[in-house]
Design a protein around this ligand. Structure first.
Ligand code: HEC
Ligand code: HEC
Length: 369
């Protein structure tokens, strides 16, 4: 009993010390928690993460995104540049050249419905609708290689063509109209202007940036159904849901040219070939796009080409075209063919197998000779 008492007495101070320590610890912990609550900054409320998606304006142009893209690409390529129109001062042909430029930019005012030269001798389109900036835009189907490469043999006609013939080809097909007299002031003006544009290009040379920029093939057929969705989304704000374009209020010219219908290019025209349409659109449309700020994917360009070139348009008798059928391009949509592929594949693709076959045929022919 006494022993028990003794040990109790010895334990008491230890227990009280322990309690003291525990109390101090508790106070310390509470103080720490209070400090943490006060000092640590409140975590910011959760915000929805913003992903930068380029937003098109009401015309379907991704202007800001396109600008940024253009800034990113430092293009040091030595592209062709049209001569400065100011440099015409003192040129004996100045008036004729300027007349030619105006005919190309405002063709409909001369040959459209109320044309000053001929009424309705064309569909009302302007050359410039397809040869952008009066035929000076890089990869906008410009005329930089015309003076230097014509006259030349063209497999479409199977003959040597001069510039007059080539210009009249576009009058009869792209403008679905009548050819001009070679000696007319209008034809002389157009050719003078085109020759002046290419005056600094060496004979036989195709400057960098001429014509169209190449576009990779799809490994599938182009799809008009998909193209229709792209058209609705990115083209019809200007070219209209009808595809027939929009005339200006004075009815003298198209503000937005037609992509099909009776005032569009006919089925013998260059743009009726899928590759030309797709290349033109990829690097020039929606309006404002360019070779270093394209706004469509390759697939979108091919699919929208398939859609537009599946609509109705004027027909041209082109039985005399391509006198040698083995020279027909891979995307010429009318048979007969030397390569064994059908009209449908020649129209929509996939084009690579056709192109490979045509190249092989050409090689075989060469080695025979
Ligand atoms: C609907 C579109 C369109 C219109 C409108 C048009 N063209 Fe063309 N033009 C083309 C296409 C596409 C080519 C290229 C065809 C090809 O390579 O198969 C071309 C080619 C040419 C070429 C040859 C270019 C070269 O480097 O070989 C000349 C010259 C030309 N056009 C002049 C004109 C003139 C002049 C007008 C107006 C009277 C005109 N074009 C109207 C689409 C058009
Ligand atoms: C902001 C308006 C606008 C949009 C959007 C637009 N275009 Fe165009 N397009 C034009 C104008 C304007 C021209 C004629 C350019 C000129 O004369 O300088 C043109 C010309 C064309 C041409 C050649 C001329 C013709 O009528 O055959 C084709 C083909 C074309 N556009 C296809 C398209 C396609 C396909 C789209 C959609 C991917 C598209 N465009 C979107 C305004 C637009």
């Amino acid at each position: 009993m006494e022993n028990q008492q003794k040990s109790d007495n010895e334990l008491a101070p230890i227990v009280s010390k322990l309690i003291n320590i525990i109390v101090i610890l508790l106070v310390f912990i509470i103080a720490l928690i209070i400090l943490l609550i006060v000092l640590v900054p409140k975590s910011t409320p959760k915000v929805e993460q913003k992903i930068e998606v380029p937003v098109p304006d009401k015309y379907g142009n991704f202007t800001e995104a396109a600008k940024q893209e253009a800034l990113k690409i430092k293009d040091t390529t030595n592209y062709w540049m049209a001569p400065d129109i100011e440099s015409l001062t003192g040129n004996n042909n100045k008036d004729l050249i300027l007349y030619g430029k105006d005919l190309i930019a405002h063709t409909s005012e001369y040959f459209g419905e109320n044309g000053k030269v001929f009424k309705s001798s064309t569909n009302g389109m302007n050359c410039q609708n397809c040869h952008l900036d009066a035929g000076t835009k890089i990869f906008g189907n410009n005329y930089s290689a015309v003076a230097s490469t014509y006259p030349k043999f063209r497999a479409r006609s199977g003959a040597i063509e001069n510039i007059y013939k080539r210009v009249n080809d576009c009058f009869e097909r792209s403008l679905n109209g009548t050819a001009l007299d070679t000696n007319s002031k209008e034809m002389q003006g157009i050719v003078s202007y085109i020759n002046w544009l290419g005056k600094d290009v060496e004979k036989g040379v195709k400057p960098i940036g001429s014509g169209f920029k190449d576009l990779a093939f799809l490994d599938r057929a182009a799809d008009p159904e998909k193209g229709k969705l792209i058209y609705t989304d990115k083209c019809q704000s200007c070219h209209q849901s009808s595809g027939l374009g929009l005339m200006n209020s004075e009815k003298t010219a198209y503000t937005y040219p037609p992509l099909w219908g009776e005032h569009s290019y006919n089925d013998g025209a260059g743009l009726f070939r899928m590759s030309n349409f797709a290349k033109y659109v990829k690097y020039n449309m929606p309006l404002g796009a360019s070779h270093n700020s394209p706004q469509l994917t390759d697939e979108e360009a091919w699919d929208v080409a398939a859609f537009a070139n599946s609509q109705t348009r004027p027909h041209k008798d082109i039985k005399k075209d391509w006198p040698k059928i083995e020279e027909k391009p891979f995307d010429h949509p009318f048979g007969p063919y030397a390569d064994g592929f059908d009209e449908k594949q020649h129209k929509f693709g996939p084009f690579k197998p056709i192109k490979d076959k045509l190249d092989a045929l050409k090689k075989a022919k060469k080695s025979k000779v």
